[in-house]
Design a protein around this ligand. Structure first.
Ligand code: FES
Length: 156
């Protein structure tokens, strides 16, 4: 048996998809008050953004239950972006700080599920920062392209 034939099936499939030009599926949870408006501004300003992202609007990043992130990954998202108001600007006072505190734990949970913690990203982008939101999406797409497909999302 060769070393290649001993590789897990998912790793082999990941390499195959990478070779074909892997385009990651990114789910972005954006707070209504800042980042969603920032994403909207990016669109209306015609900023160039990779088409890989699907945005889910939430009232506040503090409302994002960790299970939302894990479910997205389990259902095939290759990466999850969480984007909210800058610290001090949260419309619910400290929701973003609660998310920030959860994020380290979330990364550990993702890692213990056998995935790279870099598949999730937390960023702050205000309603006036369409460029910041766009750069965050680009960074996320590049990072996940390097990691390859989420094995949980691959199907035959
Ligand atoms: S309202 Fe934007 S992070 Fe809380």
């Amino acid at each position: 048996m060769t070393a290649t034939s001993q590789e897990p099936k998912t790793a082999t499939k990941s390499k195959r998809k990478k070779a074909k030009g892997f385009e990651p599926r990114i789910v972005a949870f954006c707070c209504n008050w800042c980042s969603y408006a920032g994403a909207d501004l990016a669109g209306t300003s015609r900023m160039q953004m990779p088409p890989n992202v699907r945005i889910i609007r939430v009232n506040c990043t503090g409302r994002i239950d960790p299970s939302f992130i894990l479910d997205a990954l389990n259902q095939g998202a290759d990466g999850v972006l969480i984007s909210g108001c800058h610290p001090g600007d949260c419309h619910y006072s400290t929701g973003n700080l609660k998310m920030q505190a959860r994020f380290a734990l979330l990364q550990k949970m993702v890692e213990s599920a056998g995935l790279e913690p870099e598949r999730i990203r937390l960023q702050w982008a205000s309603a006036a920062e369409g460029d910041v939101f766009t750069e965050g999406v680009k960074t996320m797409v590049e990072t996940v392209k390097r990691l390859g497909p989420n094995p949980a999302g691959e199907s035959d």
